[in-house]
Design a protein around this ligand. Structure first.
Ligand code: CP
Ligand code: NVA
Length: 308
């Protein structure tokens, strides 16, 4: 059966730990200069981006290359995607060429449609609703620092918009069992159906209006832009609605001793977080960015069966 990675619910706890251990090994190998692998030798992976990207696109292209494969870059305007070809057709056509499809777009239903009709793994590189590759990497970043401490004993904090990243953190908390405090302004909470299902599985997920309350005792404080891609027309209103939801040194001071600051990037210093926090000792934002490569290599190896 084909394994997809469209939501955090697509893999099991043991599969996540397998990916973390493998990513850790691949990171060490790469740092020692040994990163030419052959898992994808002679095979191509489609990389389709219908929204801007720096980290996700470049890290996936490098990951595919370093696994011995070839990334095939597609975009909306030079493919038949923008000319109305049914996704049910494109899925079957691309399955004849590619080992997997990595896709970033607006509507997540496009990914589920491609997965339904195709026979290759579909990897969600961000939709309006979710960003699982980023949260997978963020949890790996935390996992690396925890040593012998258990991930499920940690309290993670999310401050700001209940956006694609927040939805994914909620699903990750449901699957992996850690505590999650979210502080979001009224009207900007994560999707109701995602929250409702997750609450039933993990009562340690809590929603508040107070960033200081949410950060209390947290191992990691997370945030993201106030205006995500596709919401540009709401920017002015959002800046006002989020004015009390900035991560600053007062918020970080409420977190647990040694807590880290996380942001998927790109950031707007001075909006969702102060420049002081982004540049502080507690900040792991560039480590998260680097880890995208290692974790996505481990994910691709796991999700694309090796040819024998
Ligand atoms: N964090 C992240 O997904 O960044 P990009 O938009 O640059 O890919
Ligand atoms: N929430 C942001 C994440 C960017 C990586 C967006 O969707 O634009």
């Amino acid at each position: 059966m084909t394994t997809h990675f469209i939501t955090f619910r697509d893999l099991t706890v043991s599969q996540y730990y397998h990916i973390f251990e493998r990513a850790s090994f691949l990171k060490k190998e790469r740092r020692s200069g040994q990163y030419r692998l052959d898992h994808l030798k002679g095979r191509a992976v489609g990389v389709f981006f219908n929204k801007h990207s720096t980290r996700t696109r470049v890290s996936f292209e490098c990951a595919i290359n370093e696994l011995g494969g070839q990334p095939i870059i597609m975009n909306l305007n030079d493919s038949q995607f923008s000319r109305g070809e049914p996704l049910s057709h494109s899925a079957r056509v691309l399955s004849g060429y590619l080992a997997a499809l990595v896709i970033r777009t607006y509507e997540e239903s496009q990914l589920t449609e491609l997965a339904k009709w195709g026979s290759i793994p579909v990897i969600n590189a961000l939709t309006d609703d979710r960003h699982p590759c980023q949260v997978l990497t963020d949890i790996f970043t935390l996992y690396e620092r925890l040593g012998s401490k258990k991930l499920s004993d940690q309290l993670i904090c999310w401050i700001g918009d209940g956006n694609n990243m927040a939805n994914t953190w909620v699903e990750a908390a449901a699957v992996l069992g850690f505590g999650l405090n979210l502080a979001c302004p009224e009207g900007y909470e994560p999707k109701a159906e995602i929250l409702k299902r997750a609450y039933q599985e993990n009562p340690k997920i809590k929603l508040t209006r107070s960033p200081l309350e949410a950060a209390e005792g947290a191992t990691a404080v997370n945030t993201d832009v106030f205006t995500s891609m596709g919401q540009e027309s709401e920017k002015e209103k959002r800046l006002k609605d989020f004015k009390d939801f900035q991560v600053d040194s007062n918020v970080m001071a409420k977190a647990a001793p040694g807590a880290i600051f996380m942001h998927c990037l790109p950031a707007h210093p001075g909006e969702e977080a102060t420049n002081e926090v982004i540049e502080s000792e507690a900040s792991v934002v560039f480590e998260e960015a680097e880890n995208r490569l290692h974790v996505q290599k481990a994910l691709l190896e796991f999700i694309i069966p090796k040819l024998i």
